[in-house]
Design a binder for this molecule. Structure first.
Ligand code: GDP
Length: 310
């Protein structure tokens, strides 16, 4: 990738998009094309086509999506399937029409069956029923990566689909109704510490296991795969180990410096029991995550304090 190649990062205001922009700038890429949602609504096909025809980006990172945690997915499934289908269909089609050199599509580990054998390999795709709490989102993402694959077969479209595990980091969503677990717990423990509260409530039983990848590691993997000629069609991105939610809660309590109790609200869903990706394909290409979980949580907590007033 030439340093002055025109690169469109769709969704640059989000957790992943902002990490990609940081990474690309740090690597010396100077010709980034960015549009806020107010400037370009990706759910409107004519606007997306006009934008691609005018700008003609050479590389596209498709990180624009409607995302959310377990509760948001369970309660706004209609919005999740509609917005994601529209955004990805329009961007992928416009990229094909304007002969983009390579597109990177961001999927998610929740596209895999709820009870997939662990760690989950890429070939588990479409081998069993999905986790019901995020089925609309997962089906939209599966449609996206199937579209990319079919475009490759029919049109020779050059693209790679990344399946990142649960992400966290600076720029995360800390709204308790829609956030993912790590950001939610950072905020809950922080607020309990400030308020001197006696306990923090964690959803579910605390037994589900999740794998957490710092978004700066994901951005590094994304650039690596954009540059890689044999990146393949579908590739998992993770750290290779998982942690139970109750262990995560204790780790975050420790990082935040809260000394009260942890209680579990079992009226809230656990979601899928375990989600650990098999990352052998990515490892074989020569990439590995670098940010240890505790360090990544501490950096994210510092970011949260700096941006939400401590
Ligand atoms: P998931 O990986 O798609 O299930 O998404 P989440 O990050 O939202 O949830 C992961 C796990 O953390 C689930 O078992 C949740 O029940 C659990 N969890 C515990 N406390 C919280 C919380 O405060 N917010 C969220 N979003 N999840 C929580």
């Amino acid at each position: 990738m030439e340093k002055d190649a025109k690169i469109y990062v769709a969704g640059h205001g989000g957790l992943v998009g902002s990490a990609l922009v940081r990474k690309l700038r740090a690597e010396g890429f100077t010709n980034l094309v960015l549009r806020t949602r107010a400037d370009l609504d990706l759910t409107r096909q004519a606007d997306v086509e006009a934008f691609f025809n005018a700008e003609r980006p050479v590389y596209v990172f498709l990180a624009a999506a409607k995302v959310g945690g377990i509760l948001a997915n369970a309660t706004q499934g209609g919005d999740f399937i509609r917005d994601n289908l529209l955004i990805q269909t329009h961007v992928i089609e416009a990229a094909r029409q304007t002969q983009v050199k390579k597109l990177l599509f961001l999927g998610s580990s929740c596209i895999y069956p709820k009870l997939a054998p662990q760690p989950i390999t890429e070939d588990c795709l479409l081998t069993g029923p999905l986790e019901p709490t995020n089925e609309p989102y997962a089906i939209a993402k599966i449609a996206g990566l199937t579209m990319v694959k079919a475009y490759r077969a029919q049109y020779g479209f050059n693209a790679v689909s990344l399946m990142p595990t649960n992400l966290y980091g600076p720029g995360d969503n800390f709204d308790l109704a829609s956030s993912h677990v790590l950001a939610a717990l950072l905020r809950k423990f922080h607020e309990a510490k400030i308020a001197g509260a006696s306990a923090v409530t964690v959803w579910g039983t605390g037994t589900p296991r999740r794998e957490f990848l710092h978004v700066d590691d994901l951005a590094d993997a994304a650039l690596f795969l954009m540059r890689c000629d044999d990146s393949g069609e579908l590739i998992n991105v993770g750290v290779g180990e998982d942690i139970a939610i109750h262990e995560l809660a204790m780790l975050i309590r420790d990082v935040v410096g809260y000394t009260g109790d942890i209680v579990y609200d079992t009226s809230k869903p656990d979601g899928t029991p375990r989600k650990l990706l098999d990352i052998s394909r990515l490892r074989a290409l020569g990439w590995q995550a670098r940010i240890p979980l505790r360090e990544g949580i501490a950096a994210t907590y510092a970011w949260y304090c700096a941006n939400y007033g401590g």
